[in-house]
Design a protein around this ligand. Sequence first.
Ligand code: CA
Length: 220
Amino acid sequence: MEDEPGLVLTLRDRLTKEGYAIETSSDGESGLERAAGEAFDLVLLDVMLPRLGGFDVLKELRRRSVETPVIMLTARSQVVDKVVGLKLGADDYVTKPFEMMELLARIEAKLRRAPVTPHPSEGHQFGTVRIDFRKAEVTKDGEPLELSAREFQLLKYFIEHRGATLTREELLNEVWGYNSMPSTRTVDVHVAWLRQKIEPNARHPQYILTIHGMGYKFAG
Ligand code: CA
């Protein structure tokens, strides 16, 4: 989120060249809704934004349990900004004007992920949800969770491929099989049901993320 058109262009150009997919917002209000409604790997957030300032955007994102890493950009080099930002849950902080190489390094550092375990054999846990693959049992907060066989298979597939963007077609083929003929809409419906059961807040999912124009990604 950045409101200086020149800087937006520069950032978009350079980051696209580096292979990142970029979406921009030039005010805090629309940026907030976008960042809260879609799954991004990282948010670059200017402090001085029209309609809603960067600190308020950050505060609201964290209040809604959106844990996307945030790097704050500010023209002011005051220490107080940094302290406020970090307190509100910013992950890093870059002072304008910045060297592009420095920003790229910070972005890369934030995107570095813990290695993914591709095939959990016996069980998996995320948040307060526990899955026992052998018994095909799922609990949340220690209480049994009633999942249909399809929901369980879908969750299992998500867990086995966590961190990867999965298209609806892939999910249909892998979870429903080639012989059945449901539509990709079926996937969305089952994802919605699964979110109701496993997410702390199904309206703002933090585990089964929607990847705009692509499909879904499991982040648990
Ligand atoms: Ca600004």
